[in-house]
Design a protein around this ligand. Structure first.
Ligand code: GAR
Length: 210
């Protein structure tokens, strides 16, 4: 499984993925794609010795041209899976069709609650008692694809937004590598919206996708 990570900002999830899969038998993180010049994740990639490419949408006539430029790089690195880890942009049909059922996304809330941007803050402001983290397949909607893994995070009385954000990130740093690991080592079947993971396969076994 040759994986490209897409990220737009800080990149803590990118760094955890890289550390988790160093020397892994089935998963190779081969590339970082970033859509923002100067994003801290680019520095992280350099420090972690992962090739990175910054491709800015502004430099292209439209989204399709932008995504074609990304695809060119993904093909150059023989990427077969994409993980969106803090990539703050909707994936368009061009990339979606080329990597059909091979793009997953990390979201900092329990979908379908609080999709879109600032999900931690949305949940906090709403006053929910439980929020969490979701890893899901990407489809054409905003955070609407079939769910692979979720973990709940309680919001305790008097907790600050900063404290909640920290708790969410801690869960993300565990849950996203776990989801990638499952995709690499399990039989995955998608029946409608339901994702079935059969992790009976050993790490040495043959990989299959959904
Ligand atoms: C993460 O919390 C991720 O769930 C969120 O951006 C953050 C990136 O953190 N993604 C979204 O909100 C996507 N809708 P990081 O840059 O430190 O990995």
């Amino acid at each position: 499984m040759r994986v490209a990570i897409f990220a737009s900002g800080n990149g803590s999830n990118f760094a955890h993925l890289v550390e988790h899969f160093r020397g892994h038998a089935k998963v190779d993180i081969v590339l970082l794609i970033c859509d923002r010049a100067g994003a801290y994740v680019l520095e992280r990639a350099e420090a972690l010795q992962i090739p990175s490419i910054c491709i800015r949408p502004k430099e292209f006539a439209n989204k399709s041209e932008y995504e074609l430029a990304i695809i060119q790089q993904l093909e150059a690195y023989a990427v077969d899976w994409i993980v969106l880890a803090g990539y703050m942009r909707l994936v368009g049909p061009t990339l979606l069709h080329r990597y059909s059922h091979r793009i997953i996304n990390l979201h900092p809330a329990l979908l379908p609650a609080f999709p879109g941007k600032d999900a931690i803050e949305q949940a906090y402001s709403y006053g929910v008692k439980v929020t969490g983290v979701t890893v899901h397949y990407v489809d054409e909607g905003m955070d609407t694809g079939p769910i692979i893994l979720q973990e709940a995070v309680p919001i305790v009385e008097g907790e600050s937004l900063e404290a909640l954000s920290e708790k969410i990130h801690e869960v993300e740093h565990r849950l996203l590598p776990k989801a990638v690991e499952l995709l690499a080592t399990s039989e995955v079947q998608c029946q409608g919206r339901r994702v079935h993971l059969n992790s009976s396969k050993t790490i040495e076994g043959e990989k299959s996708s959904r």
